[in-house]
Design a protein around this ligand. Structure first.
Ligand code: A2P
Length: 332
């Protein structure tokens, strides 16, 4: 089994290598692909060193699976070329997510939809993945009417440049505009701005949450509104999620449903000050849910707090789980 990791030198790419190794993915050969700046560097996988190569060499290697995390432009241009060479692409960018001919997969929810014909498979947005993981089993049981979500997102979601910006600001450095990943200081600040602004006043990140949720849950009737916010933290994204259901729910039953759902860990014991936090979610593959409570201002409405490592379940882990599903079902 040959696996190419496109964007292997980046934050998500290097986490992918780690997750593939930790989960003992049966890859004997890894093909790390990055930009020409990184060609010749090496990465270590299962104790062996592999040389970073450029795109053309990556395509020519004819890997069984390529996991992409090198930005939307790179995916748009190169994913079809890998696919033509016979490689099944799992793409972490937003390039293919809303393409009706491509599957958008969170394995716990819809890996069963994958077939041998899926040559480019989209990995959803990080904020969407952790939210739908909790919403899917609740939608099944109580039918979601409307969701109001506010996010508190880690700088790691923007990539290395953003982590550098925050750490250098924290050390008291003044950065030039070119050195900054964000339009403003991020340390000691909060930016209600993730990805670009659209004509309707929302950001692209916010609209990803709306559109991807409907696609993954396969239900265009779910209403969702989002405010996505960048905060000066690493380790994971946090979300305050308010969900209105069609049907009545019992809080203990909701807790039980989430508890028994794959990939979810309940951290919900406020008397002992137990609730999810990015500092604890860091480097974990699970999604943590807590602060379950009724919205007392409206019938059949629930509040919860969801935290997950955006580089793991929000990106690398979800992509590797898709690769595992492909293997398990003999689809590659
Ligand atoms: P490189 O390190 O050579 O720039 P991050 O989001 O953490 O900044 O990482 C982005 C990843 O995508 C890096 O591995 C980066 O490689 C890779 N990348 C960016 N642009 C390209 C490109 N045009 N072709 C191939 N890889 C790219």
């Amino acid at each position: 089994m040959k696996v190419a990791v496109v964007g292997a030198t980046g934050l998500v790419g290097s986490t992918m290598l780690k997750v593939l190794e930790e989960r003992d993915f049966p890859a004997d050969v890894i093909i790390p692909v990055a930009s020409s700046r990184s060609v010749g560097k090496t990465v270590t996988f299962k104790g062996k060193e592999f040389k970073v190569v450029g795109m053309e060499e990556g395509i020519a290697a004819k890997a069984d699976i390529a996991i992409f995390s090198a930005g939307g432009g790179t995916s748009l241009e190169y994913a079809p070329r890998f696919a033509e060479a016979g490689t099944t692409v799992i793409d972490n960018s937003s390039a293919w997510r809303m393409d009706p001919t491509k599957k958008l997969v969170v394995p716990e929810i819809n890996a069963n939809e994958l077939t041998k014909d899926d040559k480019i498979i989209a990995n959803p947005n990080c904020s969407t993945i952790q939210m739908v993981l909790a919403l899917a089993p609740l939608h099944k049981r109580y039918t979601i009417k409307r969701v109001v979500v506010s996010t508190y997102q880690s700088v790691t979601g923007t990539g290395k440049k953003a982590v550098d910006q925050m750490m250098r600001e924290r050390a008291g450095e003044e950065l030039t505009r070119e050195e900054m990943a964000y339009p403003y200081k991020i340390d000691m600040n909060v930016l209600p701005h993730i990805d670009v602004f659209l004509e309707n006043g929302y950001t692209k990140e916010e609209m990803k949450m709306v559109n991807e949720t409907m696609k993954i849950l396969n239900d265009q009737s779910i209403k969702l509104t989002a405010t996505c916010v960048r905060i000066p933290t690493m380790g994971g994204h946090s979300e305050s999620v308010n969900v209105e259901f069609e049907n009545e729910f019992d809080l203990a039953e909701v807790s039980g449903i989430l508890q028994s759902s794959d990939g979810i860990v309940m951290e919900d014991d406020v008397t002992n000050l137990v609730y999810p936090m990015p500092i604890n979610a860091h480097n974990r593959n699970e999604t943590f849910v807590g602060r379950l409570r009724r919205d007392e201002s409206q019938e059949n409405t629930l509040n919860m707090w969801i935290v997950s490592d955006n580089l793991r379940k929000g990106a690398a882990t979800n992509a590797v789980q898709i690769a595992e599903a492909l293997m398990k079902n003999n689809l590659v």
